[in-house]
Design a protein around this ligand. Structure first.
Ligand code: FES
Length: 367
C-alpha cells in the first residue's frame, strides 16, 4: 500500500522562533511551553524535533518505506543514523534508523525492515498513517563517506541496509566523480525497496547497480554473498574502499572475505541485527544497583538495559544493539561483559553502553 499527503503548515524558523519560544516559555510557567503549543500543532513542540509522516509505502515485502517532514532540519551526513521516536499505545519508543534526505527538500526517507515481533517496525508496517507524528534526532555514527572522494567505490547492502547506502550514493551521484558499483541483496524481486531510486541511479554513467536475489529469480546474480559475486561484478574489490550495511550474517561474510584478502582496512561496516545473547550462568550472581533511583535488583545476567527496564526504569536508548550510544551510562562500580565481544571491564566510573553490557556479580550503575 502506498499513501501520500502534502504537509501543510510552514515551520517557524530561526531567531523569530527563539524569541517566541523564550517569551511564551515565561508566560506558560509553571507548565512546559510544549503543553500549550502541542494543542495548536504537535510540530510546534520545542523539546524535540517533531516530524509528520507524509508518505508510507508497505508494498514491498519485509520493509516499510516512509517519508517524514520534520519541523526543523536535522543535522545529518549521508550514511549516519538518527534517533526515531514514536508513541505507541501511550508509550514512547525510540529506535535508530538511517534516513536519506530528498534532494532539495527537508523530507527524510526511512526504509525500516519489519522484524518478527518488532514493536516499532510492526507498528509502522500495520498501523502508521500519513499525518502521524514522530520525533527525529540529529545524525550520529561514522558510517560516512571520506572527505576526499576516491575514484572508485564498492557498496554492498542487504535488506533495509539499503537506506544509508542509497543516502551516500545520492551524494556521490551529484558529483559524478566517483565510479560506484552497488550490490544489493534481497530475498526476491518483491523484497527490493526504493525501486524508482535504484532505476534512476542505474541510469547514471558512474553507477552500476547489481541486484542479487538470495531466493528468487530475476536478479543479476543469485544466492547469499560469496566471493564469486564480487569476482563477477567487482573483481578489483580487494583494493577498493568498500561500504557494507545489512544484517550481521551478510556483514560477517563480507568481513571474512576482506580478512582473507588482507583488505580489512578498506572495509567500512554497519550492521543492524541485535547481537544474539545467551545469559552466561556464571554472570548470574549478586545484585545490580541503580544508584540515582535507589533501586537494587537481583542480577539476572541480562543486559543492564533489560534489567533496568525490568526494575521499572526507562533509561534513554535507541538501537539496543551498540550502535547509537544513546544508552550510555556510568558504571560506578563492578564488572560488566560486552555481549558482542565477551570482553569484561571493571574500571570504576567508566561510561558503558547498557544495551550491550551484562553485569557480572555486584554492579552499580548511575541510573
Ligand atoms: S541503545 Fe544504541 S548503543 Fe545502546
Amino acid at each position: 500500500m502506498t499513501s501520500t499527503q502534502a504537509p501543510s503548515r510552514a515551520p517557524i524558523r530561526g531567531k523569530a522562533r527563539k524569541l517566541l519560544v523564550g517569551a511564551l516559555g515565561a508566560l506558560s510557567s509553571p507548565h512546559h511551553l510544549d503543553r500549550y503549543l502541542e494543542l495548536a500543532d504537535p510540530l510546534l513542540a520545542t523539546a524535540s524535533n517533531r516530524a509528520r509522516i507524509t508518505h508510507i509505502d508497505t508494498s514491498v515485502h519485509g520493509s516499510t518505506t516512509l517519508a517524514v517532514r520534520p519541523a526543523r532540519p536535522c543535522r545529518f551526513v549521508p550514511g549516519q543514523h538518527v534517533q526515531f521516536a514514536m508513541v505507541i499505545d501511550g508509550v514512547r519508543h525510540v529506535r535508530t534508523f538511517s534516513p536519506a534526505i530528498m534532494p532539495g527538500s527537508r523530507e527524510m526517507v526511512f526504509t525500516v525492515g519489519t522484524r518478527h515481533g518488532g514493536l516499532v517496525s510492526g507498528h509502522l508496517a500495520e498501523h502508521a498513517r500519513v499525518g502521524d507524528i514522530v520525533e527525529v534526532g540529529d545524525g550520529a555514527g561514522d558510517f560516512v563517506l571520506p572527505k576526499s572522494r576516491p575514484s572508485r567505490l564498492l557498496m554492498i547492502s542487504g535488506g533495509s541496509g539499503i537506506t544509508p547506502v542509497l543516502s551516500m550514493l545520492g551524494s556521490l551521484a551529484e558529483s559524478g566523480a566517483t565510479a560506484v558499483t552497488f550490490v544489493h541483496y534481497a530475498r526476491s524481486p518483491g523484497h527490493v525497496p526504493r525501486r524508482a531510486e535504484l532505476d534512476a541511479l542505474s541510469s547514471l554513467p558512474n553507477v552500476e547497480v547489481v541486484l542479487v536475489h538470495t531466493r528468487g529469480e530475476g536478479g543479476h546474480l543469485r544466492g547469499r554473498f560469496e566471493r564469486a559475486h564480487l569476482d563477477a561484478v567487482a573483481p578489483w574489490f580487494a583494493d577498493t574502499p568498500t561500504y557494507v550495511c545489512g544484517p550481521s550474517g551478510l556483514v560477517g561474510r563480507v568481513r571474512e572475505l576482506y580478512a582473507e584478502t588482507g583488505s580489512t582496512e578498506l572495509l567500512h561496516t554497519e550492521e543492524f541485527t541485535p547481537p544474539a545473547y545467551v545469559v552466561d550462568p556464571d554472570d548470574v550472581s549478586g545484585s545490580v544497583s541503580f544508584a540515582e533511583s535507589g533501586i537494587v535488583a537481583a542480577n539476572s545476567g541480562a543486559t543492564v538495559l533489560e534489567q533496568a527496564e525490568n526494575a521499572g526504569l526507562t533509561p534513554e536508548h535507541g538501537c539496543r544493539m551498540g550502535i547509537c550510544h544513546t544508552c550510555t551510562a556510568i558504571r560506578s562500580s563492578g564488572c560488566t561483559r560486552d555481549i558482542r565481544t565477551g570482553e569484561t571491564d571493571s574500571e570504576p566510573g567508566a561510561r558503558i553502553q547498557i544495551c550491550v553490557s551484562a553485569p557480572i556479580g555486584n554492579v552499580t550503575v548511575e541510573l
